[in-house]
Design a protein around this ligand. Sequence first.
Ligand SMILES: Cc1cc2nc3c(=O)[nH]c(=O)nc-3n(C[C@H](O)[C@H](O)[C@H](O)COP(=O)(O)OP(=O)(O)OC[C@H]3O[C@@H](n4cnc5c(N)ncnc54)[C@H](O)[C@@H]3O)c2cc1C
Length: 219
Amino acid sequence: MKVHLVYAHPEPTSFNGALRDLAVSTLSERGHTVVQSDLYAMDFDPVPRRSDFQHVAEAQRFHLWTEQGHAAEHGCFSPMLAEEMAKLSSADLLLLQFPWWWFGIPAILKGWIDKVFAYGYAYGMGRMYEKGVFRGKRALVSLTTGGPPEVYSERGANGPIGVYLKAILHGMLQFVGMDVLPPFVAYAVPFASDEVRAQYLDEFRARLETVESTVPLPL
Ligand SMILES: Cc1cc2nc3c(=O)[nH]c(=O)nc-3n(C[C@H](O)[C@H](O)[C@H](O)COP(=O)(O)OP(=O)(O)OC[C@H]3O[C@@H](n4cnc5c(N)ncnc54)[C@H](O)[C@@H]3O)c2cc1C
């Protein structure tokens, strides 16, 4: 499989960094090819700008949907975005690795989605969900939290994390047609014992080893 690993953590020695390194080594050992987008190392710009396009459809106003559709049609995304899209297009599996920040994905990763899952390229009228552009690709979301499992339980203070993950699993990944695997969540990693963190690494390795055969979530 060709794997596109999108990693959104500013510190390589973080637990997210350990999960990223484990993904690269485990997948490579099993014969998969891993291409990375290390968003902070790349200094990825998450803000939509006219400079995301080599030439624009409308000079008078900046309308992102219009410019994305125009760029998809005319092949005029900036070289940086074109490169990210090429990595995604050739991947069989998209792997997102990130810490859970304010009940969601870090802004740099949200900006990557906003720009790379561009209208006209990643979706369009009548090209979503079962008819999505990326049918046949798999997606795996791996995240870490500060909160322990109990605050994410049915009656916990935060409530089930699946409620919030739906925006990513369904609203982003299934929306563009991907087969989305059950997410991997490592809870409370800053507060967990060394044994629990080691267990999370073992569980993640096992998930990576079966990534080709894991049954996706229902749409
Ligand atoms: C802006 C912001 C918003 C946040 N919002 C939320 C929220 O809404 N909900 C929530 O639950 N949490 C929230 N958090 C907490 C956040 O989710 C956690 O801090 C984050 O998930 C921890 O992941 P990390 O990779 O940064 O861990 P780190 O803090 O880098 O690492 C955790 C521990 O793992 C150790 N470690 C590193 N490598 C290894 C290894 N190979 N083996 C074993 N141990 C290792 C580190 O030394 C450290 O002790 C927020 C944090 C921030 C900064």
